[in-house]
Design a protein around this ligand. Structure first.
Ligand code: THG
Length: 374
């Protein structure tokens, strides 16, 4: 892993959970929405094994919220996404790409409906607040757009339900996927959603007062002792196995939802006006030129990814790039996401990966990591 020492100036905003995450072993960090986010506790592999068996607290305060509130809140939220928001209930969330007028992906938030005229975009790493403010001003919409003091703490792993039931109550077992409820925990109001960036199950607790980070952490930490709780982080190995795509790595503003495999999260014929309609309907007809695929890479671990790893065809010509990569204990092989030419993106397609000046055979797999076309 190549790392750099960094000075923690005020531009690198602290998370309310940073102190506890560091006290409990956070050892490697990245910058996300201009906020410090832990990436590793012990090692990627150890954190992964623990996540599959127990329960972890993740400092994901960097998943900032962009609040849209006011009489035009629904119109504005509809305008920025191809997903139908009119059917989103108060207390429910939906995963939805935000797309510009070219169909380019601005971000891939979970959109939460807090009230009839109030939404939170729970964002990945890009400057959504400025783009939405500009859009609202340009249209003369009657809304306020801002970043509220809200910080998610994720509780992930197979024992998350037992821990939440113990701290908040048995009724939390009934929270449906991506829905949320209001609670008081550690004397502070929070929203508790069934969600989180792993396939292991769990919740996200949206803290609404950044001075209460230690208190919120401590109440779950203490109750979690009998469940073998540890600090954790979004885990590279687990999230590639689960097929969770990371904005900034696996998709950017140069990508569109067809290329990125987000077709399920669009309603192109929705009634409301949205700015990417024309562009996306055109791509829907022609099909995308590139596709984000899963790859199994043969051989022993390749180490961490530096700069660009090309994907090449039989003739040795580049057909794309690897965007994320890890070694999977579950499949005992390399696993990756890559953006490659659509002509080579079929399940079972054989390609090669040019990694750290080594060439490896690789196979395109579907989301269940199967290379056998059905
Ligand atoms: N939590 C919160 N905000 C976030 C993330 C999060 N913002 C940025 C980023 N992560 C958003 N990305 C995703 C992507 C996928 C999922 C959650 C957040 C997810 N997907 C399920 C899946 O793929 O199996 C199901 C989605 C569905 O079918 O609706 O959970 O983690 N607060």
């Amino acid at each position: 892993m190549s790392t750099l020492p960094m000075v923690l100036s005020r531009r690198l905003r602290p998370s309310p959970f940073e102190k506890r995450a560091r006290e409990n072993g956070a050892s490697l960090f990245t910058l996300y929405n201009k906020m410090v986010m832990p990436l590793t506790i012990r090692s990627s592999e150890e954190d992964y094994q623990h996540l599959l068996e127990h329960v972890q607290l993740w400092d994901v305060a960097c998943e900032r919220q962009v609040e849209i509130i006011g009489p035009d809140a629904l119109r504005l939220t509809e305008l920025i996404t191809p997903r139908d928001i009119s059917t989103l209930a108060i207390g429910q969330g939906k995963y939805a790409p935000l797309c510009d007028e070219n169909g380019g992906i601005i971000n891939d938030p979970i959109i939460l409906r807090i009230a009839e005229d109030r939404f939170w975009l729970s964002i990945a790493d890009s400057d959504v607040n400025l783009w939405v403010k500009g859009t609202a001003y340009g249209r003369g919409f009657d809304v306020r757009v801002f970043e509220p003091d809200v910080s998610p703490l994720a509780i992930q792993g197979p024992k998350a339900d037992d821990l939440m039931a113990e701290v908040v109550g048995e009724h939390t077992r009934d929270i449906r996927f991506f829905w949320f409820i209001d609670e008081m925990v550690a004397g502070t109001p929070v929203k508790i959603a069934r969600s989180g960036w792993s396939g292991q199950g769990g919740f996200e607790v949206y803290l609404q007062d950044s001075t209460k980070g230690d208190d919120l952490w401590d109440i779950f930490w203490e109750a979690g002792q009998k469940f073998n709780v540890r600090a954790g982080t979004p885990n590279l190995i687990e999230r590639i196995e689960t097929g969770l795509k990371s904005y900034g790595s696996d998709m950017t503003i140069e990508s569109n939802p067809f290329e990125s495999g987000l077709e399920r999260y669009m309603d192109l014929d929705k009634e409301a006006e949205y700015m990417s309609r024309e562009a996306l309907q055109t791509i829907a007809k022609s099909g995308p030129e590139k596709r984000l695929v899963n790859l199994i890479i043969e051989g022993t671990p390749l180490g961490s990814m530096r700069s660009v790893w090309s994907v090449i065809d039989d003739a040795g010509d580049s057909i794309g790039d690897v965007t994320s990569q890890a070694f999977s204990p579950r499949f005992n092989s390399g696993i990756a996401m890559a953006i490659i030419k659509a002509s080579h993106a079929g399940i079972g397609s054989k390609v090669r990966v040019d990694a750290n000046s080594e060439t490896r055979m690789a196979t395109v797999c579907d989301a269940s990591w199967s290379a056998d076309p059905e």
